[in-house]
Write a protein that binds this ligand. Sequence first.
Ligand SMILES: [Fe+2]
Length: 300
Amino acid sequence: MEFVVEPLNGPIGREIVGLDIERDIAPATAEALREAWLEHGVLVFKGIGTSPEVQLRLSRCFGELEPHPIPKFRHPDYPELILLTNQGGSAGPVYDFDGTAICGRIPWHTDLAFTTTPNAGALLHMIRKTDDGGQTGWLDMALAYDELDDAAKAEIEGLEAVYLFRAGLEEMRFNNPGGTRLTPRNDSYPDFPPVVNPLVWTHPETGRKILNVNTLNIERILGMDEDRSDALIERLISHAMQPQFQYIHDWANNDMVLWDNRRTLHRAAGHPVDQIRIVHRTTIKGTVAMGRLLEAEAVA
Ligand SMILES: [Fe+2]
């Protein structure tokens, strides 16, 4: 074996130790990495992200890469890398939290949950960390589902939820982190129509059941009155947020973390806007639709 799988300082995810990605990765090693990703949901590679080339080489072990749909977010020299930085100004909104201007704070979510087909995964590569803040967390929603009691599992089986795109934290209906918006709302986002996703999803590769509750985008349970719907979503979120389902990564430069976006939620703590952070991200393309457009349902 070209690497070993070690526990992290948390209950979920694993660290990959001893992997050499400075040269080509053998097909058998790539397949073993892919199996570890599917088995554990989050893989941490400490200190070996030395260049864009090694990030791309590692990322390609897990599937086809997807460039960012908006060209300005693509790395100018490596179009499959997405540049996440506040250098030259924060691309995302800035909020005041307790007297500090914070950028990049994104509460628990899966990527592209407001579309019918989420990406399979993503990999973050820390180029320049900040002195304060900046941690990223992951939540294992397969484990969270397993730990629901039988009555709760029966209650949510077959239910579906409406998910919406959010242009800012102030639009969140559940677990809203607060904060006061300091930058104007960006109205240039495309118009994403509402989608319907199952509340319990079967992972397309592992067959495990996933509790599909996303604090950023979830709006309501389809076909349920608002009070009951809100109470159920709040109950499921408070179950899922428990520390035994979480791993929080405190970054060092050159760390890389890969996650399974169909199984885990992630969150970005954000950092003071006057500190520069540079991250390169790759996205593993999704190939399996989870939900459908709400409008298509209404018309059918
Ligand atoms: Fe994300």
